[in-house]
Every structure is written in C-alpha cells, then in structure tokens.
Write a protein that binds this ligand. Structure first.
Ligand code: FES
Ligand code: FES
Length: 160
C-alpha cells in the first residue's frame, strides 16, 4: 500500500485494517502524532487528511490511501515554523505537551478554512482534550496565529 505523507510517497506492507496511527508511528517512525485514548475521543492522534483534521487511532490505514496526509512533522517548511507553531511558542501553550501535536494540527485545519475564527468557532472546531487544561492559551494562540498568517499574506502581497 502507498501512503502520501508530508509530500513523500511511502510504500508499506501492512494489513489494510491497521489503524493509520500505528502505520505512522510504528512503521514509519513518525512519532510526533500521539496515542491517547484509542477510541477517537481525545484528538492526540490528529493529522490532516486532504486538509481535514482527522483522528487516526481508529481509522484503517487503507482509508488514507490516495489522500494527502500531513502530520506534525510536515508542518514546518524547510525549517521555518508555521504561523501556528510560532504562535504556540509566543503563548508558551504546552504544559506536558502530550496533546499538543494534535492541537496544532486541528488549529492548522481550522485556520485553513476559517482565517479569523471567533472564540466560539475555535471551541467548536478544536474539540481535542488537554488534561493539563491549556484551552485558554490555545484559544489565544489561535487568534495570534490568525494575525501572523494575515500579516504574512499582506507582506507577500506588498512585495508583488
Ligand atoms: S488517541 Fe485517537 S482520539 Fe485519542
Ligand atoms: S499539555 Fe498536557 S495534555 Fe495538553
């Protein structure tokens, strides 16, 4: 089976019903995506599938074949952090950090479809669980990431 992950195609010899999370972590050593609940509830295992935030702990790997998979390892480009990652650092969001790659993937997906979300839109789109209770900082960081993205776009337009 072939999987396209972070722009690269990988060939795997795995059972079709293996959860995608297992394929990412155990077969491909992409361990930034975490295992939390295993029942599609906490969001620690979130990646983007064709741009949609998707929990991978119960998703069969064959359901991801033919789709563009993006994991936390593919968010920074050529060593440059994304606006979301920069905002996460600016707000010092993580506590233990375990849930945070899933949170960042959910935030990336939200901002791709809703560039300037309200608090309500953030709360309804990012339903991941953080046992350390970083929700307030996540919300603040999403607003900052939205601002960073808009500033980057404006400066790109200004340089044309
Ligand atoms: S580990 Fe997948 S949702 Fe919790
Ligand atoms: S930062 Fe610890 S679980 Fe979220």
């Amino acid at each position: 089976m072939e999987l396209k992950i972070n722009g690269k195609t990988h060939t795997l010899e795995v059972e079709a019903n293996m959860p995608l999370l297992w394929a990412l972590r155990d077969e491909l050593n992409l361990t930034g995506t975490k295992y939390g609940c295993g029942i599609s509830s906490c969001g620690a295992c979130t990646v983007l599938l064709d741009g949609v935030a998707t929990k991978t702990c119960t998703l069969p790997v064959n359901a991801a074949a033919g789709k563009e998979i993006k994991t936390i390892e593919g968010v920074a480009k050529n060593g440059n952090l994304s606006a979301v990652q920069k905002a996460w650092i600016a707000h010092q969001v993580p506590q233990c950090g375990y849930c945070q790659s899933g949170m960042i993937m959910a935030a990336e997906a939200l901002l791709d479809t809703t560039p300037d979300p309200t608090d309500e839109e953030i709360d309804s789109a990012i339903n991941n669980i953080c046992r350390c209770g970083t929700y307030q900082r996540i919300r603040a960081a999403v607003h900052t990431a939205a601002k960073f993205r808009m500033e980057a776009e404006a400066s790109l337009l200004g340089s044309l």
